[in-house]
Design a protein around this ligand. Sequence first.
Ligand code: DGY
Length: 327
Amino acid sequence: MSKPKILVARAVFPETIARLSQHFDVESNQADETWSKAELARRLADKVGAFTTGSDRIDAEVLAAAPHLKICANMAVGYNNFDVPAMTARGVLATNTPDVLTETTADFGFALLMATARRMTESEHYLRAGKWTKWSYDMFAGSDIHGATLGILGMGRIGQGIAKRGAHGFGMNVIYHNRSRLSAELETECKARYVSKEELLKTADHLVLVLPYSAASHHTIGAAELAQMKPTATLVNIARGGIVDDAALAAALKNQQIAAAGLDVFEGEPSVHPDLLTVPNVVLTPHIASSSVPTRLAMANLAADNLIAYLTTNKPITPLNPEVLAA
Ligand code: DGY
């Protein structure tokens, strides 16, 4: 009997392809070519499953070209590349990779915060350029992490991981804002106090963004919000591009309206707003917050497990639209 056909839309670990090949007839993109939306749709025409990443847009137009498609398994916890209502309407299951990346991503958020507040990349560039000729009392003087007020916008699992690192590891005063308030138990565990968005912006020494992207969270941080922050504040975005208005942020950094920013995600990435590339007080990384070898492997395995479980037993592990199962 022939195996069901699936598409792996981006390059992944060879062992993931090998595992999937035990169950499916796999068309993969191990060359990691950049496919247009039309190309992705064309390749999905005869597939029942797709292994996708955040750069593969699945919407009504793509679904219309993929009449046999039953599941798209995203190798990411974020799924703003999926039009979930359109997938549900078509009876296509969506899955993501929650939990397996929480601690690694929280580690990275904290590392980016520290690199930003202590001006690590800016000072490294200075050293590499051969400009370090003597010690000076205020050389790359940054702001402190320990004892400072850590603001977190978006208090899901990753936000909670960052809160715990700040409160328990660095004695930070943690405040947060979220669509819904945490239970009293979780607030105690994270040593975090719920505040309004306005108080968060005004009082945080370091503000970390960890909220999901949606039309509602587009430009949550723009010129008006940046104007409310302390001139000594740092801003860290490990959530999604588009949550910050990058042009407004570049202007705020240039005018020293805030002290510094650490960015792992960008509007329109992999393009980066040109002004962000010229201001010195920003640490830039290419969307790697979840990228440790064990975590990326765990994410790939979970996405593969979702495909295998759903297409062989009808029981996906982390469904985003379980109503498809009931239907
Ligand atoms: C996620 O899992 O959403 C990350 O941003 C992808 O690395």
